[in-house]
Design a binder for this molecule. Structure first.
Ligand code: NOJ
Length: 520
């Protein structure tokens, strides 16, 4: 094609979009559903949510799920990643009482997706622990390994005939580190010393046990694949060459603690983390490491317990040594064990998600790192998304997706990484945890004040639809405009957009000069 800067993703590359139960379903106590930690948290900690909202209704997907499938199909998605609410299936979290209405809800959703030719990618656990299990200690109680694997057994028995891709846990590092280090997310418990590390161990074992059950009882029959989704914040050195070593350690803490036991050849914790935590714990007066060790049997259970690597990528941070008295919490600002602070890089673009500056190049770095450390494993991007304002003509989100897909293209073609798919977060606007409805991630917008919760396509959705159709990242304006003609959006011109951005800069500079000239 003349003048085409073509960048095509492979024909077998899969495109999807994602959501999670608490963020979209609503129906928080419908038809026998039990309470989850989030149901409790939003009602008891109203101030913890920026706009004091909650997920009681959210996108009302409990009732409007057919709409979700309709828009997924309108986009041409290969897969739709959604999560199952544990307490909708098992109201108390335990398998003695299975909620038939909950089973029917997910069963119907799965059937409809398959009818539309969309693969269901199912997350078993996305932050919404049944409240009963939380009152028994949740992720810090070793019994959670059995509670979770019993839940997984129920899910396999119900859906393994139709679901071929399973994600056991979403964002282990958020679940264990961010939640317990900040106390700002459900269940609202802040305990930085032991909880993150107990949770780290039991969560991995729960995942591995669920994996082995599938491997033993279902794999030969259904040939499905299982993994856990890790949230990776890419970490770069701040300035000084000595920060390089710190960045490496930061990645061992961030990625290694949740990946090394599963994907490395030797198994177990990353040796650097094991050493630092033992030394630090002893200095604190413990006579053991706060990072609980694995038995040989546990190491064996964990090693190789994933069929592919699932990664959620949003952002990149820089790391530097902490100054005297500076102490943050791990993975947003710092780690006491590393004596380090993390900051937003000056070279990243801001977004409406204050903790998520945009830096697409970090995605390629992440993918190459995974290949370098864990070999030629298949990698699926299970989340990547832009936190924006509520506008429909979201060319910034369009650019975000394009820039990230370009990095995926480079990772595949230049670095030879086996990236098998990309999943945009989110299919539609939803409840964004502490930010409530104040930011928007959706390819489809929802006006949360309107009880009808209509899903309206944004500009970016039509760009994405063109990419999905052609596998070409630099889609023509014509393709987008053919789609958006039907949507009553103004026509898109990638060139004009660039011009209008530079025009804005010129006007602002001009007004600035005028102001200085007259008021000096
Ligand atoms: C990752 C989480 O899995 C999801 O729940 C959240 O909404 C997005 N990041 C955006 O913050």
């Amino acid at each position: 094609m003349v003048g085409c800067s073509c960048q095509k993703l492979p024909q077998n590359f899969k495109f999807g979009a994602a959501t999670a139960a608490y963020q979209i379903e609503g129906g928080w106590k419908a038809d026998g559903k039990g309470k989850s930690v989030w149901d409790e948290f939003v009602h008891t900690h109203k101030d913890a949510i920026e706009d004091r909202t909650n997920g009681d209704v959210a996108a009302d997907s409990y009732h409007l799920w057919r709409e979700d499938v309709r828009i997924a199909s309108q986009l041409g998605l290969d897969h739709y990643r959604f999560s199952i609410s544990w307490s909708r299936i098992l109201p108390s979290g335990l398998p003695n009482n299975v909620n038939k209405a909950g089973v029917k809800y997910y069963s119907d959703l799965i059937d409809e997706l398959l009818r539309q030719g969309i693969e269901p990618v199912v997350t078993m656990y996305h932050f919404d622990l049944p409240l009963t299990l939380q009152s028994l200690g949740g992720w810090t109680n070793p019994l959670i390994v059995d509670w979770f694997s019993d839940y997984a057994k129920v899910l396999y028995s119900l859906f393994a005939d139709r679901v071929k891709t399973w994600i056991t846990m979403n964002e282990a590092v958020v679940l264990c580190d961010m939640i317990f280090n900040t106390g700002s997310l459900a269940p609202g418990i802040k305990e930085e010393e032991l909880a993150p590390f107990l949770c780290n161990k039991y969560l991995l074992l729960a995942h591995a046990k669920a994996y082995r059950i599938y491997e033993r009882e279902y794999k030969n029959k259904y040939h499905g694949r299982i993994s856990l989704a890790n949230n990776i914040i890419w970490i770069e050195p701040y300035k000084h060459p000595r920060d390089k070593e710190l960045a490496k350690l930061g990645l061992d803490f961030m990625i290694g603690r949740y990946s090394h036991p599963i994907y490395s050849k030797e198994g177990g914790w990353p040796p650097t983390v094991e050493k630092i935590l033992l030394e630090y714990s002893l200095k604190q007066g413990y006579n053991y490491s706060r990072l609980p060790s694995f038995t040989e049997e546990e190491k064996k259970l964990l090693k190789g317990s994933a069929d592919f690597y699932a990664v959620n990528y949003y952002t990149t941070y820089v790391i530097r040594p902490a100054k005297k008295g500076e102490r943050g919490f791990w993975f947003l600002t710092g780690s006491p064990e590393l004596d380090a602070m993390m900051e937003k890089p000056a070279y990243a673009e801001p977004s409406a998600g204050v903790i998520m500056p945009v830096y697409p190049k970090g995605l390629r770095q992440t993918l190459s790192y995974l290949k370098k450390n864990y070999g030629d494993i298949d990698i699926m991007i299970t989340e990547n998304g832009y936190a924006g304002k509520h506008q429909m003509y979201d060319h910034v989100r369009l650019k975000f997706i394009k820039d990230h897909l370009t990095e995926v293209y480079l990772a595949i073609n230049e670095d030879k990484v086996n990236v098998i798919g990309y999943t945009y977060w989110a299919l539609m606007d939803n409840f964004e945890w502490n930010s409530g409805y104040s930011v928007a991630f959706g390819l489809y917008a929802i006006n949360h004040d309107d009880p009808k919760k209509i899903r309206s396509p944004r500009l970016s959705s039509q760009y994405y639809a063109c990419v999905i159709k052609t596998h070409e990242i630099n889609v023509s304006d014509q393709c987008i405009n053919e789609n958006i003609d039907k949507l009553h959006l103004p026509h898109y011109h990638s060139f004009t957009n660039r011009i209008s951005a530079s025009k804005t800069v010129i006007v602002v500079l001009f007004l600035g000069f005028m102001y200085i000239y007259y008021y000096r």
